[in-house]
Design a protein around this ligand. Structure first.
Ligand SMILES: CC(C)(COP(=O)(O)OP(=O)(O)OC[C@H]1O[C@@H](n2cnc3c(N)ncnc32)[C@H](O)[C@@H]1OP(=O)(O)O)[C@@H](O)C(=O)NCCC(=O)NCCS
Length: 152
């Protein structure tokens, strides 16, 4: 697996990944993704043959980093590619800045993933999503060492 910065030319593959996951939990049309890629920082993992395996987009703020959207391609699930991206983000930013994000309360895979990476539940926005589901706010405090829960 190869990690690199996201490029404008990744839009079609990023859109295809997001279309696969489209639901009340997760709705990222191409136009919104294009705006995010243009205006934020992001990284991808290339799987075999240069095919996109996973991506993350984030917005840097003075004291924190918001993870706006992340997803893994269906052919590449549970092989550690998102963990590779998270490790990179924490190495690059996590020692100086807090991370935060929002996720649908019923998105069990993502919530488990964030909790595995030491994100803590810090808030809840009721009826935030189109289906009436709440948004859960997670924060990951500035860390001194690596990364996964239990190894801060
Ligand atoms: C959440 C997501 C990124 C995790 O990707 P992944 O390929 O499983 O990531 P990794 O292999 O690096 O990490 C696996 C960890 O994620 C969690 N996880 C992933 N799938 C899970 C599932 N179906 N049920 C419970 N936990 C799950 C677990 O903590 C797992 O660790 P474990 O294998 O030790 O149990 C992926 O499921 C995804 O792309 N979902 C759709 C998009 C989305 O919801 N994005 C988040 C909102 S912006």
């Amino acid at each position: 697996m190869k990690l690199r910065k996201i490029l404008a030319s990744d839009l079609a593959q990023v859109t295809a990944i997001c279309d696969y996951w489209k639901s009340a939990h997760f709705n990222w049309p191409a136009a919104k993704l294009a705006t995010e890629i243009d205006n934020s920082e992001g990284f991808v993992v290339e799987a075999e043959g240069g095919k996109l395996g996973a991506f993350v987009l984030m917005r840097s703020l003075p004291d924190s980093v918001e993870l706006t959207v992340l997803a893994v391609a269906p052919h590449n699930l549970r092989n550690g590619s998102m963990s590779l991206l998270m490790e990179h983000l924490i190495d690059a930013h996590g020692k100086q800045r807090e991370f935060w994000l929002e996720v649908h309360e019923q998105n069990v895979a993502a919530r488990n993933f964030y909790e595995k990476w030491s994100f803590e539940l810090v808030g809840r926005r009721q009826k935030y999503y189109a289906d009436g589901g709440a948004a859960i706010l997670y924060s990951r405090r500035i860390s001194k060492g690596p990364c996964v829960k239990g190894h801060l």
